[in-house]
Design a protein around this ligand. Structure first.
Ligand SMILES: [Zn+2]
Ligand SMILES: [Zn+2]
Length: 281
């Protein structure tokens, strides 16, 4: 059965391939009722999304973001929901992160060249368009040059954490991520936990610093993994979230928006949590 809620979607504001307006039309067409646009380290897509959503009164957009944070040996993505994103200080911090991403992207393109894979930085930026440059844009440039058939192959060999051209970013700890989200009333949710090398200690550690939810109903996870995540979410009293993590990159088998999502009570729990966070601001 198709989900009516999808809390994890990307647009051209970060590394998705659909503009916020195109994404809104797609999710409305798929019959989705509540979605969150959760771009990497930016909320620049939200204004356009809200405007496009005026045509679809049955569709509710929850303001979200996906922050990139780090623990030793792993990258931890932290989703934030119901953020009061029009906060100047919050936007300043995000701008700082995006500058860091740009420098990192350039470093990766340089490393690729040393390894004999030549893509131009200008072309990577062109592909990124208005969005902040990310690894998927480099992957698309590599595909375009014929080095790979699909972006995911470029990740496996070169751009992933253990890839030959991987470059580190400026670090933010998950605790700093939680605090940044809390500063704008956002509910912190651990994204795709099963990608972590050893997830339970990370979940326990994040719970201790204020994590309130974790992704469980994640479109790329098997029923067995989802079952395991349901148990962990209950054990740590975390709100079980989820969605498609749609980017529109064109990888074979990429789940479309609404392929999977959490039950309606998840949104209610997130809203209640956001209200509590806002009360202490
Ligand atoms: Zn992620
Ligand atoms: Zn994502």
């Amino acid at each position: 059965m198709k989900a009516q809620i999808d809390l994890h979607l990307h647009t051209t504001a970060s590394d998705g391939r659909l503009s916020p307006a195109e994404l809104v039309r797609l999710v409305a067409g798929q019959g989705l009722k509540q979605v969150s646009i959760s771009d990497h380290d930016t909320t620049e897509g939200l204004a356009e999304a809200y405007q496009a959503a005026e045509e679809f009164p049955d569709l509710r957009i929850i303001p979200g973001i996906e922050l990139s944070t780090d623990v030793p040996g792993d990258e931890v993505h932290m989703l934030g929901y119901f953020i009061q994103y029009e906060n100047d200080e919050f936007q300043n911090v995000l701008r700082g992160f995006r500058t860091g991403r740009l420098e990192r992207g350039r470093a990766m393109v340089d490393r690729l060249a040393e390894l004999g894979l030549h893509v131009s930085w200008e072309r990577v930026q062109e592909i990124a368009g208005d969005g902040s440059v990310g690894r998927p844009h480099i992957a698309l440039a590599l595909v375009e040059r014929g080095y790979f058939k699909e972006p995911k192959e470029a990740f496996a060999e070169y751009l992933g954490r253990n890839g030959l051209a991987y470059a580190e970013r400026e670090k933010m700890t998950p605790e700093e991520g939680v605090n940044l989200l809390a500063s704008v009333g956002g509910v912190p949710v651990l994204a795709h936990p099963a990608y972590l090398t050893d997830m339970e200690p990370v979940i326990a550690e994040l719970k201790a610093v204020g994590l309130l939810g974790m992704e469980v109903f994640y479109a790329q996870y098997s029923p067995e993994t989802i079952q395991e995540l349901i148990v962990l979410a209950a054990k740590y009293d975390l709100i079980p979230c989820g969605g498609s993590d749609y980017h529109g990159l064109g990888n074979t088998g990429e789940p479309l928006p609404g392929t999977m999502g959490p039950p309606p009570e998840t949104v209610e729990r997130l809203e209640t949590a956001a209200r509590r966070l806002t009360e202490v601001l």
